[in-house]
Ligand binder design. Sequence first.
Ligand SMILES: [Fe+2]
Length: 434
Amino acid sequence: MPCQYFSPCEQGADTFTVMMPKLTFGRGCLSELGERAKGRGFSRVALFTDPFLRDGPYVDTALRGLKKNGIDVAVFSDIRIEPDDKTFIAAAEFLRGGNFDSVVSVGGGSSMDTAKAGMVYALYPAEFTDYLGPPAGPGRPVPGPLLPHIACPTTSGTGSECTSVSVVRLSDLNTKFVLGSPYMLPDEALVDPACTDTLPANVIASTGYDLMCHAIECYTAKAYTRWDRVADPNGRTLLQGANPWSDMSARRALEIVDEYLVRGVSDATDSEARDQLMWGATLAGMAFGNSGTHLAHAMSYGVTHLMEDVTTEGYRVPSPFVPHGISVMVSAPAIFRFVAEGAPERHLEAASCLGAETGGATGGDAGEIVADKMIRLMRDTHAPNGLSGVGFGPKDIKNLAASSIRQTRAINNAPRIADQRDMENIYSAAISYW
Ligand SMILES: [Fe+2]
């Protein structure tokens, strides 16, 4: 590869794999669902959605399309936002009892993730933690293929339609872990930006932070050549580190954030901005589905684990609740100040894609330039002011670090490795930014 970042490394991987669903993008493409499903031979569909979308227009479009094409469908909507193991187990029971030959998901990451994970436990029953990696479980591989799955996202952040992972909150531990397998990648995605027209501004902001962090974490992740070579190519995870494929889509996603995030948040009628943000989320999903995220996502898990007495306006969920994108964003400027020294050139390039002025900057400036740009975006889109904006203070720092240090795979995908003390320092620096 021409780029020095991917220079060969002894014992390091010398190949990378790209996996993508067949993907259709554009306003109105959700109405293609029935024909798409019929074309794939679906006859009895399990449709996953959340309770807020169940009686709304997008699920109605999906159901009408399926039924018009003679496809039988049953709906599962008992999905909490940011689902837990109980949600996944209930989804598996629904699938097991329904004689389904296929799956459709309509919704945000929670609906798509529940569809993917529900199939794993329906088809290959096991102790819940068996398929989770250490320290949550032994990381047993998912044994084989799942049902064919068409994913239809309705938010512009998660990118779950392009990834082979589901995020689960373990209810006993009240903390999140990633369940992943190449078999979990949806077969097809219908990405219809019209589904974001009715989202309130703060949801566009939160999902926009998620897409930005997916993209910049992919671009600055440890190079795939720095991960150990895997003897069995079938055993290669798709979370394989930065690679030329993920670079390409991550860079464009960052440019889209710069050009359209503030516009999309400020003006609900700016359909060009919302279309572009949906495309950016898809691009970032294509990137992180093949590279994996790193420290900003790892350290968001401590935030969702330990949040108390906090909800975010615009989300119809009980307290405590911090939307995923905000849980990632509140620590991100402090995190990038820390990790940039592991790959300063990459951080300058990412900052440039985000619209920051990098002329004359040296590698030593990279972290500050990225952080400064992120903080400006946060202020311009009315984000909480760091951890203090979502209810955390200095007394919480040690517990936050002790929680997030368990996210070993993501931590090891960062260009600079953080230990628990480093995480405490980063969280301390993330209490407030202005
Ligand atoms: Fe995310």
